[in-house]
Design a protein around this ligand. Structure first.
Ligand code: CO
Length: 134
């Protein structure tokens, strides 16, 4: 297994435009990309930070996991994303190691990446996303 690399930190937001304004105007971030991710029912903005980025995530459909998260917990920290070389191999390895997976098969994430989530029940309450650049 390679050393983990932090790809991004995911933040749940109610309103992407006002979150972007906060990060851009007050916190000094650039906005690299704004993208719809239909498979997850969300739109996201990526704000570069060092080697990685902040991902602001707003639900666009009421039945998305992100909409349910916001209803229950409100806006704020949502997930950490680690970049891996071979996401399918990592999922097999982690499942064999007893980690509960949300996604056994990777799904299409932002800018053509493959992504999969690990269940926070088996990762100390932290939602962890894996991504593979394709
Ligand atoms: Co993410």
């Amino acid at each position: 297994m390679n050393k983990p690399i932090l790809d991004h930190i995911g933040i749940a937001v109610d309103d992407l435009d006002s979150a972007i304004e906060l990060y851009r105007e007050k916190l000094g971030f650039d906005v690299e990309a704004i993208e719809d991710i239909p498979g997850f029912g969300v739109k996201v903005a990526f704000l570069p930070m060092g080697e990685g980025s902040i991902e602001l995530v707003q639900p666009v459909t009421g039945d998305s996991a992100m909409a349910r998260f916001l209803e229950k917990r409100g806006p704020g920290f949502h997930h950490l994303c680690f970049r891996v070389e071979d996401i399918r191999a990592e999922l097999v390895r982690l499942e064999a190691a007893g980690v509960q997976l949300v996604d056994r098969e990777p799904r299409e994430g932002a800018h053509g990446t493959l992504v999969a989530f690990l269940h926070p029940k088996s990762t100390g309450g932290v939602l962890i996303e894996l991504c593979e650049k394709t």
